[in-house]
Structures are given as C-alpha cells and as structure tokens.
Design a protein around this ligand. Structure first.
Ligand SMILES: [Zn+2]
Length: 307
C-alpha cells in the first residue's frame, strides 16, 4: 500500500526533470521531504482542538466523546506517525477527515484513513479534481484511486455536529485553489484556513486549478470581518497556531504586492523588467519556497491572463 502511494506521488518527477532540465525546479515540484526524519509535533490550540505539525500541510484535530475528526492528512508515508499522534489524544476512532483542498501535501494521506474507515469530506471541486486528475504548472497529477476520494461533498456551506460543537465548512471560491474549505470549530473558536494563510512565505497559488491572489485576499478579508481578532488560527503551513489578528500583515502584503505589479503592467512593463527592478522589494522575508521572482510571475500572470 505504501509503496504504491510513494510511486503515485513521484510519478510526475522524472517527466518534470526532463521538461525543465537546465532551469531551476518550480517551487512546488521540489523533491519530497525525507519522511523517515520527520516527527509529528502536537500543539494544543484551544479546548479539545489540536494542531499536528509534520511533513506537508498542518493538520487540525478535534478529540472528544464522539471520536476523532481531522482536517487534512499530509502524505501517505506519514500515516503511522499521524496515527500514533492521534492515539495520544484519544483512543476513539477517527470518523471524519476534511480536505481543505486537493494538493498532495494536504490530501494524499486520505487513502490510509479512508481505508481505515474514516469518511472523507471535501468541497465538490476537490472530488472532481482528484477523480479526474489534473495538470499544474506542466506537471500531470494522476487521478486518486476510487476508494480514496471524498465520500461526501458540498458546494457552499456544510456543518458537522461533532464533539459538542458545530464544525463549519466554508467554501471560498477561487482562492488558493477552486475547491478551498476553511473549517471553523464554532465553540472552540478555532479556524483552519488551509493554504489561504501560511506563515512561512509567499503563497503558492494554484493558478491552473482556479486559484488567484485576488481570491485569497477576498477570503482573508472576509475572515477578518467575520471572526474576532483573538480567534485562534491554524495556518496551512507554519509551526505555530496564530490568531485572526495575525492575518492582517499577510493580507496587506498580498494587496501591496498585487498593486505594485498591477501598476507596473499599467506602465507597460514586462515581467522581466518587473523582476529586474525588484518590484516586490521590502518583502524579502517572504521569499522562500516561493521566491520574490516566482511570486512576481504569478501576479503578472493573474493580472494579464484573459479569463
Ligand atoms: Zn496547497
């Protein structure tokens, strides 16, 4: 089972190396982490809600009398370690898995949990993409096996009543992808933003599958209007729980970067010129997995692409 998973995850790599040889690898196609070296760290966020930090996207866990509910599943090779971390929180079974979006660092771990009996829930576009496979930045992502697909989908809003509170699933369209779910644990007052908010750098927007910086900004603005500043936040990536108040500087950065590139385009500049004149200068601390140049390219594409 596990070999199968790793093979599926790495299918895209040889083709990719062929395609881009001579050029640096685009950020999202960097080699997979060395899973054997990764330890899961469990952080208590509020009440019975926990955050697991491992390899890939962060995981939220609700542990209580009804059993376990988990948001996102990392990669298949992390299954045993995640399961051990869950056992530390509760000896009750995992009943629900929610996918915040289709990306493999968040959803490819579905298979083990689904086969162990959990019901996977996702926005309907996540199931569509996982069922048919997709292309992203020139890389082919094959379909998930039928048994690993979300069993329950929803369109705009859904609620799971679990461990004494409404767990609200809110779809934000065309944000990080076209199938994003933000999860709100209503009594615990904890929000899992998926990759719409991350604390480790510029966002990696899935432009081939309906994602946009504009949509992420709209989602974050709505989150800041809807939830009190002290609301705890589990970011898609980043080592610590944050708050809604922390989102502001990230959202402001996105708005400013987008406005700068838009201004450059209006002045007739090419993407090469914008990169050369370092249009995003001052935001170097966000440059990492997605570099300033890569983020400039993303914004340029978004602002010039015909819809
Ligand atoms: Zn993602």
């Amino acid at each position: 089972l596990k070999e199968e998973s790793v093979r599926r995850l790495t299918t895209a790599l040889p083709l990719l190396l062929l395609l881009v040889s001579g050029k640096p690898l685009p950020a999202q196609q960097q080699p997979l982490p060395d899973f054997s070296k990764v330890q899961i760290q469990t952080r208590k966020v509020a009440g019975h809600i926990y955050m697991l930090v491992g390899a890939g996207g962060n995981i939220a866990v609700s542990a209580g009398n009804d059993g376990l509910l988990m948001v996102d599943t990392e990669y298949p090779p992390m299954f045993d370690k995640i399961e051990a971390a869950l056992k530390e929180l509760s000896d009750k079974p995992l009943r629900f898995v929610i996918d915040t979006h289709w990306h493999l660092d968040h959803a490819s771990g579905n298979e083990n949990f689904a086969r162990a009996g959990a019901i996977v829930v996702a926005q309907e576009n996540v199931r569509r993409i996982l069922a048919s496979g997709t292309m992203r930045d020139g890389v082919n992502y094959p379909p998930f096996p039928k048994d690993d697909l979300p069993a329950v989908t929803y369109n705009d809003r859904a609620t799971i009543y679990w461990n004494g509170e409404p767990v609200k699933l809110i779809h934000y369209p065309n944000a990080h992808t076209d199938g994003d779910t933000v999860v709100y644990f209503a009594n615990s007052q904890v929000l899992d933003t998926g990759d719409n908010y991350r604390t480790d750098g510029f966002p990696l927007v899935d432009q081939d599958n309906g994602g946009s910086v504009k949509g992420i900004i709209a989602a974050l603005d709505n989150i800041m209007e809807t939830y009190p500043p002290a609301t705890k936040v589990i970011p898609g990536h980043g080592p610590e729980p944050m708050t809604v108040a922390d989102i502001k500087s990230f959202a402001n950065m996105l708005k400013d970067c987008r406005a700068r590139v838009e201004k450059g385009i209006a002045a007739g500049k090419t993407v090469a010129q914008l990169k050369q004149e370092k249009v995003l200068s001052g935001y170097e601390k966000y440059s990492g997995r997605v570099t300033s140049d890569h983020f400039t390219e993303m914004l340029y594409r978004e602002l010039t692409e015909k819809k």
